[in-house]
Design a protein around this ligand. Sequence first.
Ligand SMILES: [Fe+2]
Ligand SMILES: [Fe+2]
Length: 288
Amino acid sequence: MFEPIRVVQVSDTHLSHRRSHFVDNWYRFSAAMAAVPPRLVINTGDCSLAGCRHPADLVAVADLHRTLPVASRMLPGNHDVGDHPRLSNVGGFRLPITESRLQVYRDAIGPDRWIEDLGGWRLIGVNSLLMGSELRAETEQWRWLQQAIVSAGERLLALFLHKPPFVASPDERELSYWSIDPASRSLLLSLIDDPRMRLVGCGHLHEHFQRRYRHVEIVCCPSLAFVASTALQPQISGGVREVGFLEHIFHEDRVVTRPIMGFELTHHVLDAVVDEVYPEKRLLADSA
Ligand SMILES: [Fe+2]
Ligand SMILES: [Fe+2]
């Protein structure tokens, strides 16, 4: 008899002790995890407010995850390790991912890719910011991911990463801030197309959507921390803008996903505090 396994995905928590605007929602989330403990919490990136610029934010992330009453795994987002090198230098706001920034992340938080075998499932977490970066770690990760899938044997698969594989269509060609590098997409999609794969869980957009790619559900987790107005962030996916998180119930042969939004969380709107939490972003606006 297969016991369903409950896993909670949270994303874009944007935690910091320097500027602790969004930490209130973390504590409410943590209380919810204590009330009904899942088997595992997965944070799909932008765990920190700006860890790629302020390593102390990564230390805060590690501290705050240690306060969770259940086991957790984290993945890096662009705010944690830096962004795609060709997206990085607009107005000096976006820093590029580098081997040294990645090492800072690993030292503070731990591995940026992992495997969790739970019952008949293999959950795999990867660092989407490496995709298209041409860093040595990118080549290592592709090899590792192929091996993680091959060695899963009979297990069903779920993949977690920060940036979505695509937003509207797998045929998108332009390099965009909102999804992985299209130059890496065909390789990633060929791996996702494995018949054992059931779920891809991502974040980054601060919008919740769910869409099907072949036999796989791609689900974008809402941010726990904040949403932005369409004036600050244009509509990206057509998804829902509400703070929250996701619950995945892994059954013997399928996974059922449910968004938990609103809840007792504060509906922070980035526009109201953007100059305080991201003063560098003004450079971006001024340069546009
Ligand atoms: Fe984010
Ligand atoms: Fe992000």
